[in-house]
Design a protein around this ligand. Structure first.
Ligand code: SD4
Length: 340
């Protein structure tokens, strides 16, 4: 009975959004994914839990919310992760090129670096771009030069072709396809915070898709792609195959669905469904979104089997499974699929 009422409520309150059965199910379960605890931190993947806890500890220790975001993401960058930080899988030239961005709700501020080489903490470079320059995004050599000028830690850029080749042999997938073993590629951190003042912020960092072509930039440093924060509504982040996120302004779309009244998980589901309806690949997208709204509701969804994400407050910290969208969920409206 309760679920039916909730559906009725949603069909009235989100009149402009046609909710699919999957989105409705996500919305029905939303009551459990809500907290009044602040700060509330959510992030992609199980390793996000340590990043969340670091962010909370920094804030509890008197740091700002941005300090928490920077150091939380920074923890993952130096954790030995295979797709975040300098330990990430190199590109096809054997070089690790990283992408990162950061957004702060008040003032709608943002900073970003892309294809940066040799930066120990690209998220810190992104924060300096936001705070110390008139720009929003710096790329490649300029981004590294800027990081050095800011006194951020950098290391000499070396090509680790053997590492790339070993990874390639292991995946047995040509680099140009940009598509290796899923579990070897999926490791971007997108971390979102709702703080005690009710402000929202987020950060995102990755070494990107393993074996990518040199100079390839994914969704992670693209505002509205891998991360988006709107201080009135909510925040969203993405992980997965960036090409399938950035062509659709994926995180921006999640936030816009929340603005229209969807809760975070239903907004993530609706975004993936909408992309799948347009995209020739249907639901074969390898994309995942995590989201948080101004009211302290959170949720996530992924194509295929979905993914795991981390949620942390002062009293609880854990890993949750996202909603998932398989081909079955979308069916014949899943776009003009490739037959491969
Ligand atoms: C990219 N979105 O560069 C990143 C990679 C990723 O899980 O998130 N992997 O496309």
């Amino acid at each position: 009975m309760k679920a039916i009422n909730r559906r009725r409520f949603l069909s009235r309150s989100t009149a402009s959004v046609a909710l699919s059965p999957v989105a409705l199910k996500a919305a029905d379960n939303q009551a459990a994914r809500r907290t009044t605890a602040r700060p509330l931190v959510v992030s992609t993947w199980p390793f996000g839990k340590a990043a969340n806890e670091k962010a909370l500890a920094v804030i509890a220790g008197g740091g700002s919310t941005l300090d928490g975001i920077e150091q939380g993401v920074g923890l993952t960058e130096s954790s030995g992760n295979r797709s975040v930080g300098l330990t990430g899988i190199p590109n096809a030239a054997g070089v690790v090129q990283q992408d990162a961005c950061l957004m702060w709700g008040p003032g709608h501020q943002a900073g970003s670096v892309c294809a940066i080489e040799g930066a120990v903490h690209p998220i810190s470079a992104a924060r300096r771009v936001m705070e110390q320059t008139k720009h929003v995004m710096l790329a490649g050599k300029g981004a590294r030069w800027f990081a050095e000028q800011q006194g951020l830690e950098t290391v000499p850029v070396e090509a680790h072709l053997a590492k790339y080749e070993a990874w390639l042999k292991d995946t047995q997938v040509p680099a140009a396809q940009g598509d290796g073993k899923e579990e070897e590629n999926h490791d971007t951190i997108a971390l979102l915070v709702l703080d005690k003042e009710g402000n929202l912020g987020g950060g995102c960092s990755t070494s990107g898709w393993g074996g990518k072509l040199p100079g390839r930039v994914g969704d992670s440093p693209i505002l509205g792609g891998g991360l988006y924060v709107d201080n009135e509504v909510g925040a969203a982040g993405a992980t997965g195959l960036g090409e399938n996120v950035m062509r659709y302004c994926g995180s921006f779309m999640v936030v816009e669905y929340m603005r229209q009244g969807l809760d975070p998980e239903a907004a993530c589901v609706a975004t993936i469904e909408r992309i799948a309806k347009t995209d020739p690949r249907g639901l074969d997208l390898k994309i995942n979104f995590v989201a948080l709204d101004k009211q302290g509701r959170y949720g996530a969804a992924g194509s295929g089997n979905g993914f795991s994400y981390s949620v942390t407050t002062q009293s609880v910290s854990g890993v949750l499974k996202s909603a998932s969208l398989s081909d079955l969920n979308v069916g014949p409206i899943g776009g003009n699929r490739f037959e491969d």
